[in-house]
Design a protein around this ligand. Structure first.
Ligand code: SIN
Length: 528
């Protein structure tokens, strides 16, 4: 069968902030193909409400931002990486402004309206009301639509990387319009596929966050790191119809308080910073209250603040809650914790380089050591912007060197036929996500992790059978990725015999004196 072949200098997979910004920059040095499995703007960036943390005020300093990041990261941050990323922040903010992002406050005087979030000792979160990510994503996509050297392939899902002799040469991609596999050849491949919140039943992430980049990189021989470190955001809207809607931490920054099912405040019993404690602590406290009381949710209350302030500062949250029948200027909001961000990912240096030649990872897909065991709020867009910039410089160097490009052989569908029982795929998907939230969620135990491991091994066998017997469908590709990421999270959680940051195991509640990263590569696992 005829298979389309595309060729470019850079192949970018994913189109959140990091993928789009990388592409804009790299296009100055070579041709870019962007492959993205939904619309260009469908990404975690699009849903980011809080903003982007950076040092832009005279009351703040690089040192303070570095120290906050490291304190919240609970021992696993790499200081040199934190210093470089925080230092690079202000320049990346200026660049976003030049690209059309209109942060709240006065650009001319540099007096931005800065938000406060948990773990920050200063106000330093630049935002556009409560829809910062959306504005960034749209500003970048406008620039992309008129950029030269860039071809955008929406509704295209990367399936596997093509790697020979530890060098990546491109990827096999499923065109979701035709259901045909296409080949994309490139000198450098950049994974910017975001995180894997969809591995868990409750998540703030968009539907596209199925860990595709992590799974593809692992299968291709890349090292993955600290995947057990999954951050739960304390406050997702609890509602039977509106799924995955975040209630930004910025509300707590503006004074909102958490109330138990009895209507009483409880965070002061868990941490001296109460509602503004680091996220892992707030999420765990809510989990404890829910388990103790058997309630379905706790409450977040900001109704005591001036109603005009609430409507002006949080227009999206106000409107969405109103649609759900909750007037947040008058009553508290029902909230639950939900999987939000992967601190772990594909091991990468400060330039996004991995151990596979020509393969770069940026944004949430990467684990650079910046976030450690627990990410400081609004540090993710910062890391995404800095890594996109650094990787564009490094990958442009890469394509100048004599890269031996290889032919990518045609996709071999084997004896695959059309699947006859697609319902099995949705059942397995549901089973993995429920198991992960129950056994590998906020509070883990040795027994729960063993149960989860046994179950995922069994499920993996069924999925592999499906994968080889049937022609690829998007659901099957995602299911295979979700199952692999779930397996890696479980195995790495079992390797960490302590509680630290987002990883809490009731059988090992203490922090170990020895500070280690967990790492895995196909056929090999270790702590280092
Ligand atoms: C939020 O607005 O609470 C999310 C910000 C973040 O996760 O950094």
């Amino acid at each position: 069968m005829y298979e389309k072949i595309y060729s470019s200098d850079f192949l970018v997979i994913g189109s959140g902030l990091s993928g789009q910004l990388f592409s804009l920059k790299a296009a100055k040095d070579g041709t870019v193909n962007i492959v993205t499995k939904d619309r260009l703007t469908e990404s975690a960036t699009m849903k980011a409400q809080g903003g982007i943390a950076a040092v832009v005020s005279a009351e703040d300093s690089i040192k303070l931002h570095v120290e906050d990041t490291i304190r919240v990261g609970d021992g696993l941050c790499h200081r040199d990486v934190v210093e470089q990323i925080v230092q690079a922040g202000p320049a990346r903010i200026q660049e976003l402004v030049q690209l059309g992002v209109d942060f709240c406050g006065e650009e001319e005087t540099g007096k931005y309206d800065l938000g406060l979030e948990g773990g920050h000792s200063k106000r330093r979160v630049l935002h556009v009301k409560d829809h910062t990510g959306e504005d960034i994503e749209i500003a970048l996509s406008k620039q992309l639509s008129c950029a030269e050297n860039i071809q955008i392939h929406e509704n295209h899902m990367a399936v596997n990387l093509f790697v020979r002799n530890n060098r990546v040469n491109g990827a096999y991609v499923l065109d979701l319009n035709t259901n045909e596999i296409e080949r994309y050849v490139a000198k450098a491949v950049i994974l910017a596929t975001g995180g894997a919140g969809r591995v868990f039943l409750y998540t703030s992430n968009p539907d596209v966050a199925t860990g595709d980049g992590i799974a593809m990189a692992y299968r291709a021989g890349a090292v993955v790191k600290n995947l057990e470190m999954v951050q739960f955001h304390p406050t997702l809207l609890y509602h039977h119809k509106i799924r995955s809607f975040l209630i930004s931490e910025a509300l707590r920054g503006e004074g909102a308080i958490l109330l138990g099912p009895d209507g009483k405040r409880f965070m002061q019993d868990y941490h001296e910073d109460a509602e503004l404690a680091p996220r892992d602590i707030v999420a765990r406290a809510i989990d404890t209250v829910l388990k103790k009381t058997g309630a379905d949710h706790v409450w977040l209350d900001i109704s005591f603040k001036d109603s005009n302030f609430i409507k002006d500062r949080f227009p999206q949250i106000y409107e969405t809650c109103l649609e759900a029948g909750i007037d947040i200027t008058k009553s508290p909001i029902p909230v639950v914790p939900a999987a939000h961000y992967m601190m772990g990912g594909v091991k990468a240096d400060i330039n996004g380089r991995t151990n596979v030649q020509g393969l770069f990872v940026i944004g949430e897909t990467a684990c650079t050591g910046f976030h450690g065991a627990n990410r400081l709020a609004s540090n993710s867009l910062l890391e995404a912007a800095v890594l996109a910039h650094n990787a564009s410089v490094a990958a442009s160097e890469e394509i100048k060197s004599e890269v031996p490009t290889m032919e990518i052989p045609p996709w071999d569908p084997g004896e695959a036929t059309d699947p006859d029982e697609l319902v099995v795929i949705s059942h397995l998907w549901e089973e993995i996500r429920r198991m992960m939230i129950n056994y590998v969620g906020i509070a883990r135990s040795d027994k729960r992790l063993i149960r989860a491991r046994n179950r995922i091994e069994f499920i993996q066998k069924e999925i592999n059978q499906f994968y080889w017997d049937y022609r690829l469908t998007p659901d099957l590709v995602e299911l295979r990725n979700i199952a692999l990421v779930a397996e890696l999270v479980i195995r790495m959680a079992r390797m960490r015999k302590e509680s630290r940051g987002a990883h809490y195991n009731i059988d090992h509640p203490e922090k170990s004196k020895e500070i280690v990263d967990t790492v895995m590569q196909k056929g090999y696992e270790a702590i280092e």
